[in-house]
Design a protein around this ligand. Sequence first.
Ligand code: CU
Length: 171
Amino acid sequence: MTIGHTLSTLARLVAAMTLSTAALTLAHAADFTAGPLEINDLWVRGSVPGQTNGAGYLQINNPTGASDRLLSAQSEASTRLELHSVLTENGVAKMRQVLGIDIPAKGSAKLAPGGFHLMFLQLTGPFKQGDSIPVVLKFEKAGEVRVNFTVKPSTYNPGSTGEQGHGGMKH
Ligand SMILES: [Cu+2]
């Protein structure tokens, strides 16, 4: 029966579409995705007058069994955008450029004040609270993804531990 066959094909198609919609809904639980990677909680502090650099923070979850690596980032918001870590030497916190940030299998990488961050060098304009800063992240396996960082108040300090951020650090 042609009609019966068509109907069952249609039913299968609808079922498949429903499944893929469910998968999409799950994926959108993350702010952004790059392949299997889930990227959340992207933010920068608002800049103050005269401020030339800024730091970006985010969390990357990797639900897969294979590690990945954040290799680089690009943005028109600054002349250069580097990956940085913070090292403490003789009690002094210093930032260092790193060539990549590992995202372990079944794990996550958290870029947060006092640790890894994206370093915006020579801002092309102020970071205004409430704006979003577009950035392209490049991963070794997941490839490139365009994301947005939310600009928080210049005093924002999540889960404050007295960390004062970047004020006194040298490049
Ligand atoms: Cu830095």
